[in-house]
Design a protein around this ligand. Sequence first.
Ligand SMILES: [Zn+2]
Length: 321
Amino acid sequence: MIVKARSFPYSLLGLQALQRRIPKNHPQFDNIKERVRTTAAGVNGEKVLDDVFTKYQFKFDHFIFHDLNLTSTGKFQIDTLFLSSRGAFILEMKNIAGRISFPDQWNQMIRVLDNGQTDAFECPSIQLERNCYLLEDWLQARDLSIPVSGAVVFTTSRQRIENTRPHLKILFPNEIPIFLRKRELTPQMLDTKTLSYIVDQLMKGHVDYNPYPMCEALRIHPTEIKSGVFCEKCGTLGMTRIYRGWGCNACRNVSKTAHRQAITDWFMLISETMTNRDCREFLHLPNNYTATRLLGELPLEPNGVKRGRYYRFPLEKMILE
Ligand SMILES: [Zn+2]
């Protein structure tokens, strides 16, 4: 059964907001654009991995955790963890197309595209091994000694793997069910009680990764972020406040909700908190009263009183429909 579904792609949403709100001539613009592209490709790869487990039903007791963030001797993130009475199996996703090889002399993975472009990546065996160690440490801290192993899953269908490393297990999505079924033929290592204890502990240990606010990590100064409200229809920045709504001067669209994305963008990019004044300035509002009313529309958590009042946006409430 799937115990933990994949977390919402917070990083992708934040990067998209950043791409919208930094000037095209900003020195980081191309970098941000490339990160949006690779992060979106990663999200698609995760879907491929998720599909394997939603479509295939295993007939033995098992627990699936997508996107697990834990802390033991270090922080670590596991793309998918498959837990059964045979132990823990980590699946690390790689979303890389092209001709792939693993040179003997370096701990790298080399990818050559059809046009000849060659890129070097850290060998996925390093990350996989690191995650196996960190999960073992995490289990040991709870007096649990269970077998931990794993594989790297290539989620795009457009790659050719030329060689591999002796100790690196590589799987393609459609091989996963057969591989995990065969693994169940090995001797049982855990009883049902221990398994459910581990499941419980993993769920308690997981904390959603919060990448916000993104400006700080990417060393972009908040003053470099374009303020204002975007038109949901034509994408133009600078909707003007009209009676109980927003008007777009470019396409004449009228919206009652355009400020919601702008307020969310503030929390994703600029700061963990927003004051009435921040809101008024960022949304170009005429007065405090309007700012208070618009802030009250979102599931924000207010703190402080009167002039010292500020709002926070809890991560799990940030997903706007
Ligand atoms: Zn418009």
